[in-house]
Write a protein that binds this ligand. Structure first.
Ligand SMILES: *Cc1c(COP(=O)(O)O)cnc(C)c1O
Length: 460
């Protein structure tokens, strides 16, 4: 015990070794000392210490790299789920990235009215564009769709009752349960109908002088089949109007353009949702809209004015970067074909299966030729291009399966999947039928070169 202690080097001596002294010029000295401390502590626990200067440098570098890797960083989404909530949902269009960078690097007109030379409102930046694209009278942008629902309920139904169908008290993604969000918004839930069937009359009968709002939740991440019935927004509009209460539509996906020519049918667009007549329609910015995280509220001028004035609108407001990205993304929609090509989520969803197959084959050929089929034997030979099925994700088109192609890798699937996931840039893949599957529909073609450079060492 005493002997081991005595044998441990001192940090002061170690940092004077040429290799570590040079390292401390490149990385913060505090991190080098911290690494040395950790290594020595490890040695007290029985780990072996490096035995020469270069080995010390490598050990310290590894420690420093682990400490300095950003927690939030890019990853490659090879899951085939295009709008993956855990992987950041929609990637942004180049125009949105440029707009964010521009606004970030200098002062901006965030809350300044240039024409009047006076204070303006951040709430107005995307309003006109959203109105134009959805047919609504006015719009407000907040932090996310959950925030939009909270704000709407606080504005119209705090201290009062909110009528909602039992079939719509659903969970949408890990942290969004409609009943929880609603009950924390200061309103009393009045549940009507049953899980599978709710009729317009159920809502009518639940109306009372205490009713503050009727809420309609879009069934975005699952499908109900069989003996089912729901009251549509159109059926609920006259009921809400007769009672003099707003109809709040949690629409979710934020689809702005029709994707049916690409086989994605059955979801209404935001324009359809607005035309159906709800007082407010709420949706996410980072799902099918393909923009930044945001909660978009579009609706009547009066309703939007009321939510805008509510104190919570201040608490749930978005920052200038979000507004810049959203405005630039929305502007692309003025030309629908341009939007489809320039907004990555839409480009990925509408790419032809053949183009994805071509990319997969090119990548496999590139790996094989870089590594040499013969010497690597089995491991390289067990790289295949196979048909796959991608999904939209993000709680939209829940039943749609989009024809896609994947690179699949045989061998120790768990080990390969871990290796891909824990590399310099994590590649998030799936294991199916004992093979690692990289579905390329959820990867931007511009990232294929990066994917190749990350795959090559796996086969080295
Ligand atoms: C996704 C979704 C939400 C939550 O949206 P966030 O922007 O993640 O807060 C709410 N409602 C519906 C119907 C959804 O699909």
């Amino acid at each position: 015990m005493t002997d081991t202690r005595r044998a441990l080097p001192s940090i002061g001596v170690l940092v004077e070794q040429p290799g570590l002294r040079a390292l401390a010029e490149r990385v913060p000295r505090a991190l080098v000392t911290e690494a040395l401390r950790a290594l020595i502590a490890g040695a007290r626990g029985g780990a072996t210490l490096p035995d020469n200067d270069q080995a010390w440098v490598r050990a310290v570098e590894a420690h420093v790299a682990a400490r300095t890797t950003p927690s939030l960083r890019t990853a490659l989404n090879a899951t085939g789920v295009v709008l993956h909530t855990n992987l950041g949902r929609a990637p942004l269009a180049p125009a949105a990235l440029e707009a964010m960078a521009e606004v970030a690097r200098s002062a901006s007109t965030l809350e300044y009215d240039v024409a009047r030379g006076a204070r303006g409102s951040r709430h107005l930046h995307c309003s006109a564009l959203l109105a134009e694209l959805t047919g609504a009278e006015d719009a407000l942008v907040v932090n996310n769709c959950a925030a939009a629902l909270v704000l709407a309920l606080h504005t119209f139904a705090a201290g009062r009752e909110t009528i909602v169908s039992r079939g719509e008290l659903v969970e949408i993604g890990g942290s969004f349960r409609v009943p929880d969000i609603m009950s924390t918004s200061g309103t009393t839930l009045v549940e009507v109908g049953t899980t599978n069937r709710t009729h317009a009359d159920d809502y009518r009968r639940a109306l009372s002088p205490r009713t503050g709002a009727i809420v309609k939740v879009h069934r975005s991440n699952f499908a109900l089949e069989g003996f089912v019935a729901e009251a549509s927004v159109r059926e609920l509009v006259p009921i809400a109007a007769d009672a003099g209460v707003p109809l709040l539509h949690d629409f979710g996906s934020g689809l702005l353009g029709d994707l049916s020519p690409w086989g994605l049918t059955g979801e209404p667009t935001a324009r359809d949702a607005v035309a159906a007549g709800a007082t407010l329609v709420m949706m996410s910015g980072d799902k099918l809209l393909g923009g930044p995280q945001a909660g978009i509220m579009v609706g009547t001028r009066d309703a939007v004015a009321l939510v805008r004035q509510h104190p919570l609108a201040r608490a749930l407001r978005v920052d200038k970067l979000t507004l810049a990205a959203l405005e630039a993304t929305l502007a692309l929609y003025r030309d629908p074909e341009r939007a489809r090509r320039a907004i990555p989520a839409l480009a990925m969803l509408t790419a032809s299966a053949d183009s994805i197959r071509g990319r997969a084959e090119a990548l496999v050929v590139a790996v094989r030729s870089a590594r040499g089929d013969s010497e690597q034997g089995l491991r390289i030979a067990d790289l295949r291009v196979e048909p796959s099925e991608a999904t939209v994700g993000g709680g939209a088109f829940p039943t749609a399966r989009i024809a896609s192609w994947a690179i699949t890798i045989g061998g120790d699937a768990k080990a390969i999947e871990t290796r891909l996931r824990t590399g310099a840039v994590p590649i998030i893949a799936r294991i199916e039928a004992g093979r690692v599957r990289l579905d390329l529909r959820s990867i931007d073609p511009a990232d294929d070169a990066a994917l190749l450079s990350l795959l090559l060492p796996v086969f080295a």
